[in-house]
Design a protein around this ligand. Structure first.
Ligand SMILES: *[C@@H]1O[C@H](CO)[C@@H](O)[C@H](O)[C@H]1NC(C)=O
Ligand SMILES: *[C@@H]1O[C@H](CO)[C@@H](O)[C@H](O)[C@H]1NC(C)=O
Ligand SMILES: *[C@@H]1O[C@H](CO)[C@@H](O)[C@H](O)[C@H]1NC(C)=O
Length: 339
């Protein structure tokens, strides 16, 4: 009998302190830029400050998916294999918040149950999609409301400009192939270079297009921008096929493309670490300059081609020495690019 009496007395005395209290957060929002989601759960009145006497349980809509017994390992549901405490060492300070990969973080009500020896408490936090619109506009679609890394129009500009640069490359190649008889071997190397440029760009676009700030889309943007450096040696080789020594105009056009490339890479560096993107226009400007450079080069190649046509010397006699000279020029050109 006295045991029951003591228990009633004890629970009456402890009623005020048996409950763990939490810093109140009713909901958190995630947007497209969140790679992981932090679900906060912070106890404010721990007494022992010892994680060995603590037990944490996280539930989604009432279903347990993560538990952490201070003395042992965390146990997690296979659907939430990424779940982990924000910091195990901070658990003793009351931080029972967890991190989830964005793929696993389903929207809904999460409850966090913490026990410290014989005291316990529970708090609930709702995970919602962000309703914040960066470029506030009544006409935005739900997808744009949710936010995106690049705006659709920016992505479109990037892809179109990249393919314009590639198309102008192939166009130069076909103009040259139709107007100049060059050693097949050299044409092959340019065709391979143009082909690599095209394939890498297509892979980059495929990775880049699904919007979202994912590793894949960042790698895609990288594949769009960085390998475009190949445009400069390609341009060098193309000019080398139509003239014995690179003219000032040819150097100017290659420089223009190089400047565009440097701007595009700088833009990529600014974009890759920022979500949402603030400097998408830098990448676009860089690619635009490269595309313009390639277009002007195409015009120039056509121009040189037509001039050579008019004053074409007897071909058979000069072909061999000319080709040798071109070979030397090409090598020089390529080594210059490498340096
Ligand atoms: C998502 O990211 C934003 C800013 O980067 C951050 O304020 C927010 O707490 C994150 N949301 C979640 C649920 O982690
Ligand atoms: C989460 O709980 C809140 C408040 O109880 C409720 O309004 C909301 O609809 C719940 N959300 C989900 C996804 O069940
Ligand atoms: C939240 O955003 C995700 C990602 O785009 C989307 O798939 C999902 O339908 C959205 N959910 C709600 C309830 O808006």
């Amino acid at each position: 009998m006295w045991v029951l009496g003591a228990w009633v007395l004890l629970s009456a005395a402890g009623a005020g302190s048996a409950q763990l209290l939490f810093s109140p957060t009713t909901f958190v929002e995630r947007n497209i830029c969140n790679e992981s989601v932090l679900l906060p759960c912070i106890v404010t009145n721990l007494q022992a400050n010892n994680k060995k006497v603590m037990y944490v349980k996280w539930k989604i809509q009432g279903k347990l998916f993560f538990s952490f017994d201070g003395t042992r390992q965390a146990v997690r549901d296979s659907m939430f294999s990424s779940a982990k405490l924000v910091s195990e060492s901070d658990l003793s300070k009351g931080v029972a918040s967890i991190l989830l990969d964005k793929e696993e973080a389903i929207l809904g009500n999460y409850s966090c149950e913490v026990t410290e020896s014989n005291r316990e408490g529970e708090t609930t936090v709702e995970l919602k999609n962000s309703t914040v619109v960066s470029c506030s506009d009544e006409n935005t679609t739900p997808e744009e409301k949710y936010g995106s890394w690049f705006l659709p129009v920016e992505s479109a500009c990037i892809i179109v400009l990249l393919f314009l640069a590639i198309i102008f490359c192939w166009a130069q190649l076909s103009v040259i192939a139709s107007k100049f008889e060059t050693v097949f071997q050299k044409k092959i190397s340019i065709i391979i270079a143009c082909g690599i440029f095209t394939v890498v760009a297509v892979v980059g676009v495929i990775l880049f297009v699904p919007d979202g700030y994912t590793r894949g889309s960042r790698a895609g943007l990288g594949l769009i921008v960085v390998p475009a450096v190949i445009l400069m040696p390609i341009q060098c080789l193309l000019f080398g096929m139509v003239m014995d020594s690179l003219s000032k105009t040819a150097y100017a056009l290659i420089s223009l493309e190089s400047v565009g490339y440097i701007i595009a890479v700088a833009g990529f560096a600014l974009c890759v670490s920022a979500c949402p993107v603030l400097h998408g226009s830098v990448v676009i400007a860089g690619l635009a300059i490269m595309a313009i450079g390639a277009l002007l080069s195409l015009v120039y190649v056509c121009f040189v081609g037509s001039r050579i046509r008019e004053h074409q010397p007897p071909r058979k006699a000069v072909e061999e020495p000319l080709n040798d000279a071109k070979g030397v020029m090409l090598e020089r050109c390529v080594t210059k690019e490498k340096n």
